[in-house]
Ligand binder design. Sequence first.
Ligand SMILES: [Zn+2]
Length: 112
Amino acid sequence: MKPTAAQATELRRIRKELANLGLCLPGSINIRTGRCGKTNCTCHAQPPRLHGPFRSWTRKLAGKTITRLLSQEQLDDYQPYFDNHRRLKDLVHQIEQLSLDIVEADERWNST
Ligand SMILES: [Zn+2]
């Protein structure tokens, strides 16, 4: 069982990208504006002035959902880490797929 030259090149590319990846923050960002319960508030005026934007960061920890509000400055600072995490998941998927392709090509599957 040996990777092809193309598969070996692919593996090197993935490993290099993984090695160069910076901080990775899991979770998703949601930005929203909203109205409150006070009927005389400007958020119910015409035109409305909505509250927010509220930037919430949601992630799972030990099966629990954790949500925290971020300032715009925090979001600006952390955005590259969220982007890196998305790239990390993508690279993990790629290395899994490459591994499956290599193992699927193993001729010993046919002799058992
Ligand atoms: Zn309001």
